[in-house]
Design a protein around this ligand. Structure first.
Ligand code: URA
Length: 300
């Protein structure tokens, strides 16, 4: 039986996104709990609210504990930051994007790209992260995966996908006869967002020139976007992962073009194991396409 995680609002949002409810249907949200429990039989009948007056909710009225002072880049959710409700301290969207493009564009090897990221000061996540998480795997591989951002384990070790979702990714790779010696793995964000929150658009977009250059330097035959954040940023789309996954798309990464596909993120599979069948289907399609494209210098 599939059970939802406890109903903390952020968990609830993540759960909705993972089960595919990642697109708005109406212009404005509808609070179904606010509707009267019993509707009148006739629409025209005058409605008298028979519900008891709401009791005083002591818990809700209790004074809120003062939040400890935290740096601005640690405050708020990605949505709040994206909506301009929270500042992204130290991020000047246009100047930092220019600097990211210049630094990434000047890198001609993966070592130079890593050094460029180490010099780049335009993404505030760098200040709260322990390590730069650049990549893992074989840069000669024909298949590259792009995830969202490092979590705690990845931040500690400086390597992508080494925690629980990494273990599931390894199983997915095993299913198509691969391991980390025959794939290459990077993330949209090379630094961990505080509390593993979803990256804000501004944070992802200022790091995107590095990711696109990364792909162009590795030149994989196929790129697989793991999850909604990778898909949205790589393909510059607002389409939800449920609709996007499993389709062949053309990726243009800093002038390097290759086929690409989005699939569910391993962390989403941990919450929604039934979706493993779709990832399995997607991986078989990727494997088949790689076989068709085989014959070059990349490792299979
Ligand atoms: N999730 C990601 O998207 N990337 C990682 O490196 C780890 C977890």
């Amino acid at each position: 039986m599939v059970t939802a995680p406890p109903l903390d609002p952020l968990n609830a949002l993540h759960w909705l996104r993972d089960v595919g409810a990642d697109e708005a249907v109406l212009e404005a949200p509808v609070n179904r709990y606010a509707e009267p429990a019993a509707r009148p039989a006739l629409a025209e009948a005058p409605v008298r609210d028979e519900r008891p007056a709401p009791s005083r909710d002591v818990a809700r009225e209790a004074p809120r504990r003062a939040e400890p002072e935290r740096p601005a880049y640690e405050q708020g959710t990605a949505r709040e930051i994206d909506a301009g409700l929270r500042p992204v301290a130290g991020l000047d969207r246009s100047a930092d994007l220019q600097s990211a493009k210049a630094l990434a564009g000047a890198a001609n090897t993966l070592d130079e790209l890593r050094a460029a990221l180490e010099r780049f000061e335009g993404c505030p996540l760098k200040k709260s992260a322990k390590n730069l998480v650049f990549a893992d795997g074989n840069p000669q591989a024909d298949l590259m995966f792009v995830g969202e951002a490092p979590g705690r384990d990845e931040d500690d070790m400086g390597l992508p996908f080494v925690g629980v979702s990494g273990q599931l990714l390894d199983k997915v790779l095993d299913g198509i006869g691969r391991d980390r010696n025959s794939v290459y793995i990077a993330n949209v964000l090379p630094w961990r967002p505080p509390d593993n929150r979803e990256p804000a658009l501004a944070e992802a977009s200022v790091c995107l020139p590095f990711l696109m250059r990364h792909i162009a330097l590795v030149r994989p035959r196929i790129v697989v976007a793991l999850g909604a954040t990778a898909a949205k940023n790589l393909f510059d789309t607002t389409e939800g992962i449920t609709r996007l996954r499993g389709k062949w798309l053309e990726l243009n990464a800093d002038g390097y073009e290759c086929p690409a596909m989005a699939t569910f993120h391993p962390a989403a599979l941990l919450r929604m194991p039934l979706n493993k069948r779709y990832v399995w289907r997607d991986m078989l399609a990727v494997q088949e396409r790689l076989e068709q494209l085989a014959g070059g210098t990349h490792l299979a």
